[in-house]
Design a protein around this ligand. Structure first.
Ligand code: KIV
Length: 279
């Protein structure tokens, strides 16, 4: 098992090997994703939506994100662990960005941070990289700007915005970012940006021309049913699975078939359960 690092991610682009990424918010999912071979685990501020039930990511706080990153870090052995910096934790000054990003590494076990935006946050990106904190950029439909955009629609459909995203991608590369998420931009633009950069792009809703792909785990597993997105492939329908399982449990308890004698303790049997704790 070879640990994935920011260096491995860059080498994968050089070898034209596609990079896989998923979000996770807790130790149990993180461990399952890690064991399944995912290369990057992103603790997204999408936690605000899929875990906390908020309508946008804007309510995520540093304390909430630190809690999720710390939990995920206990489940991850091999994947690169990236912490998403929440709204207002990095936009105000580069100093605040350093302090907050540093907390993700020193208090929660993250190995890199992700920041939304281009030119306006470039000083913060440069400063983080200069002091040794790896940065993943994020351009296109940056959810922290949802109110500015007026919704969740595809970005860069006009030439002006497409040129701006291309220029921001190059600014991020020059500032030392090791990868850039491209969210919900037209596939031809994402492919053009990807081939013009040395660092990898990780697409979400931006077509197959990106160097890797990321999805929100609750979306691809069919757990988050509030939004139906064209670009999400639902690999399982765990929402249905969970509802069915809970209905069976309710029925079993109501009719008295759970617990069975085998699922109960008596005074003569072995009453010691042995959980296998994470090491
Ligand atoms: O917060 C998040 O989950 C993200 C991914 C969708 C890239 O930023």
């Amino acid at each position: 098992m070879k640990k994935i690092t920011t260096k491995s991610i860059l080498e994968m682009k050089k070898r034209s090997e596609k990079i896989t990424a998923l979000t996770a918010y807790d130790a149990t999912f993180a461990e399952l994703e890690d064991q399944a071979g995912i290369e990057i685990i992103l603790v997204g501020d999408s936690a605000a939506m899929v875990i906390a039930g908020e309508k946008t990511t804007l309510t995520a706080t540093m304390e909430q994100m630190l809690y999720h990153v710390r939990a995920v870090s206990r489940g991850v052995t091999r994947a690169l662990l990236v912490a998403d910096m929440p709204f207002l934790s990095f936009q105000i000054t580069p100093e605040e960005a350093v302090r907050n990003a540093g907390r993700f590494l020193s208090e929660a076990g993250a190995e890199a941070v992700k920041l939304e935006g281009g030119a306006p946050i470039i000083d913060a990106v440069r400063r983080l990289v200069d002091i040794g904190i790896p940065v993943m950029g994020h351009l296109g439909l940056t959810p922290q700007s949802v109110h500015q955009f007026g919704g969740w629609g595809v970005r860069a459909r006009d030439k002006h915005e497409a040129e701006k995203i291309m220029s921001d991608a190059h600014l991020l590369e020059e500032a030392g970012a090791f990868a850039i998420v491209l969210e919900k931009i037209p596939a031809p633009l994402a492919a053009e940006i990807s081939s013009s950069l040395q660092i990898p792009t990780i697409g979400i809703g931006s077509g197959s021309g990106c160097d890797g792909q990321v999805l929100v785990n609750y979306d691809m597993l069919g757990l988050y049913e509030q939004m139906s997105l064209k670009f999400v492939r639902r690999y399982r329908h765990l929402g249905d699975e969970i509802r069915n399982a809970v209905q069976e449990y309710v029925a079993d308890v109501k009719k008295g078939s759970f617990p069975s004698p085998e699922e109960s303790y008596d005074i003569t049997g072995n009453i010691d359960d042995h959980p296998s704790y994470r090491t």
